[in-house]
Write a protein that binds this ligand. Structure first.
Ligand code: ADP
Ligand code: MG
Length: 578
């Protein structure tokens, strides 16, 4: 993952070039600063130069200090700029994913975890670009410059550096390998913890109602203790590794000091100037290498966060593809065929395998089966919300991928288990997706058909009442009726209906049943059915089991041929008698 982040950085050529240039400048300044200090000390103490001579040198030193700060600042700024634009990219991708695929996103996973990934994860990427990448540029360039400078003035010290320096990255890699797992664990625990926390927060009312608030408190406490332990573990290793690096660099500098000292005092083969210069530059050399280590650690935290985001982004990349042809119905409801359709969400838990169904024009097909058998998934594929991995969906004998997205959805109505209300008035919510030329009368008629008449009468502003986010809340049944009114207004020739399993009032349920009866006269209908009544009414029933169509036929036929079906019907009857 770090490679991926690095690649992203190197695609920003201009910023990288600037970073390298700044690094060169930085290296030059470090060497220049050392040269000035050594020259001043050498001049004043050993060569008895005057104060007059030293003044311009001291001024020069001041200039170098200032420049060094300025270059450092510029480097940081470039890194921050890079970080913010990459973060922006990630945020955009994430937002697109959540909005572009809301049906998917809403139906899976902890919602709190999503928010946490979105908010924290993106910010954690920051360190990689604002810290690690600038440090990387400096580490590529500056130590080499210092090494070259030392080689020029005293090759023996250069050799010692050359031999000892590789121990630093070697040691870093070793420690890195040791801590990798710990750090990933820590990030994971953090996400789990905040996901837990947010979910509990959102579900507080429910938790209270079911007397589970205290138990959740315990769960949150456990999670936070867990997280604390993981953090302490990472810190422990981090301190240890800092100590190790310090030890190695100290040892090398000491070695050089001994070497330089011997040659200066005993053999008198080098000048004080050379010896002092080497002793000033050597620690700088190691400091730079060590800084990379620190930056590397924070960079890896970013990489772990980026990995989670990338996973989130990659989970559903199967875009439904569309073509150029207009879909026409010729006044008849279309015939729909799925041929050898396969699909998986990625991961090996669940897959649709080799599903073939043929739905004649005007048919009314019910999909039944245990929960988790893939009914909703199949409906989403039929609706053009998910693309199959293999096989085709054809409409009136034509591959659906040849048609335009617009024309398909104009003819298709989808009634989901959890209809969503957008921020706006009731009327706007009903007219959603229709051309501008629907009038109030049409909206009202559709609403009345969907049983919204009495609901609207009870609202303060009737059909102009604000609902959805920030507006008045509607009950589940009322939302279903709004969704149904959308369908009545649209009059689709294909109707896909995911029957709500629970939570509908009797009246809404009756309205839904009656509406379905009316709508199926003019459309091809596929219903994911949970109620025996709905199942029995269908022309054809498809019984799903573990991502396959286990049996198909009419109610009568299935009662004879399928043991699974008989079991299901029996269970329903049992439930109804109790
Ligand atoms: P049904 O509607 O029959 O209850 P679904 O089609 O909703 O079944 O789900 C089938 C299986 O696919 C389940 O195991 C479910 O956990 C899994 N699943 C559903 N949606 C997703 C998704 N977006 N990502 C990953 N797995 C999913
Ligand atoms: Mg379902």
């Amino acid at each position: 993952m770090m490679k991926e982040l690095k690649r992203l950085a190197f695609t920003r050529k201009r910023d990288m070039r600037l970073l390298y240039m700044l690094a060169f400048l930085y290296g030059g300044l470090i060497i220049g600063q050392a040269w000035l200090i050594v020259t001043i000390v050498d001049g004043v103490f050993l060569q008895d130069r005057t104060f007059q001579w030293a003044v311009p040198m001291l001024a020069g030193l001041l200039v170098v200090f200032t420049l060094r700060t300025a270059v450092f600042h510029l480097t940081n700024r470039t890194g921050l700029k890079m970080a913010s634009s990459v973060k922006q990219q990630f945020r955009e991708k994430l937002v697109n994913r959540f909005t572009g695929n809301s049906m998917q996103a809403a139906s899976q996973g902890q919602s709190g975890e999503k928010v946490s990934v979105l908010m924290d994860g993106v910010d954690e990427i920051d360190a990689f670009y604002s810290h690690y990448i600038p440090q990387l540029a400096i580490t590529y360039v500056v130590p080499l410059m210092i090494l070259a400078a030392i080689f020029i003035i005293n090759p023996y010290s250069g050799l010692i550096l050359l031999v000892t320096a590789p121990f630093i990255p070697f040691c870093m890699i070793l420690i890195g390998k040791m801590t990798q797992k710990k750090q990933d664990e820590q990030v994971e625990k953090l996400t789990a913890f905040s996901g837990r926390f947010l979910d509990s927060l959102q579900g507080l009312a429910t938790l209270k109602l079911f007397g589970q608030a205290e138990k959740q408190e315990q769960v949150i406490e456990d999670a936070s203790l867990n997280f604390r332990d993981a953090t302490m573990n990472v810190l422990k290793v981090a301190f240890l590794s800092a100590l190790m690096l310090e030890f190695i660099s100290m040892l090398s500098v000491a070695l050089i000091a001994v070497e330089v000292g011997l040659r200066l005092v005993i053999y008198q083969s080098i000048s004080f100037f050379t010896a002092f210069m080497v002793l000033i530059l050597a620690p700088e050399f190691f400091n730079l290498l060590k800084n990379l280590g620190t930056a590397f650690h924070s960079g890896r935290g970013s990489a772990a966060a980026a990995k989670r985001i990338e996973e989130e982004l990659n989970r559903e990349t199967k875009e439904v593809s569309w073509g150029q042809a207009e879909m026409t119905t010729g006044g008849k409801s279309p015939e729909i065929a799925l041929k050898n359709v396969s699909f998986s969400y990625g991961g090996d838990r669940f897959a649709l395998e080799d599903v073939s169904i043929h739905i004649p024009s005007g048919a009314n097909v019910a999909i039944a089966g245990p929960s988790g058998s893939g009914k909703t998934t199949l409906l989403h594929i039929a609706a053009g919300l998910l693309a199959p991995d293999g096989g085709t969906v054809s409409v009136n004998g034509r591959d659906r991928r040849e048609m335009t997205e617009d024309s398909w959805f104009r003819h298709t109505g989808y009634l989901s288990q959890h209809p969503y209300l957008f921020s706006g008035t009731v009327a706007e919510n009903i007219a959603l997706g229709c051309d501008n030329n629907v009038n109030r009368g049409q909206i009202r008629a559709a609403a009345e058909k969907a049983g919204l008449g009495p609901v609207a009468a009870s609202l303060e502003n009737g059909y102009d009442t604000q609902v959805g986010e920030g507006g008045r809340g509607l009950s589940g049944g009322e939302k279903q009726r709004v969704a149904l009114a959308r369908i009545f207004l649209q009059r689709p020739s294909v109707l896909l209906f995911d029957e709500p399993t629970v939570g509908l009032d009797l009246e809404t349920e009756q309205i839904l049943q009656a509406s379905l009866k009316e709508l199926e006269k003019e459309s091809t209908v596929i219903t994911v059915a949970h109620r025996l009544h709905t199942i029995q009414e269908a022309d054809t029933i498809l019984l799903m089991k573990d991502g396959r169509i286990a049996a198909g036929g009419s109610h009568r036929e299935l009662l004879e041929t399928s043991a699974d079906y008989r079991r299901m019907v029996h269970a329903h009857h049992g439930g109804e008698n109790e």
